[in-house]
Design a protein around this ligand. Structure first.
Ligand SMILES: [Zn+2]
Length: 100
């Protein structure tokens, strides 16, 4: 049986595909911005949905499919459903150059 050609490890997708490579680079940058913002953000209030005020940040912590989740709850930034820190995560962090 000579199937060596098929068994050789294939080059990683990011090396073959410049689109994927740039996406991965952007994602890596976003993740580092996000973790930095999360460190700077105040600890979440972990409000339940029914406890949210009109002005409460809607950023979810935890898994909504389970019971152990809650909303950030800090005052919203003007014109955003999120507080300043979470607004950065959800908007600015996706646009390289505007983040940080
Ligand atoms: Zn928030």
């Amino acid at each position: 049986m000579s199937r060596e050609a098929e068994e050789r490890p294939r080059p990683k997708a990011e090396r073959r595909n410049p689109v994927i490579a740039s996406r991965l680079a952007r994602e890596a940058q976003r993740v580092s911005t996000v973790s930095q913002v999360i460190e700077e953000a105040e600890p979440p209030l972990m409000l339940a949905l029914e406890d949210l005020e009109r002005n409460s940040c809607r950023y979810i912590y935890g898994d909504p499919k389970r019971s152990d989740y809650g909303f950030c709850g800090h005052p919203k930034r003007e014109g955003s459903p999120y507080c300043a820190a979470h607004h950065r995560i959800c908007h600015d962090a996706w646009q390289p150059g505007r983040a940080a």
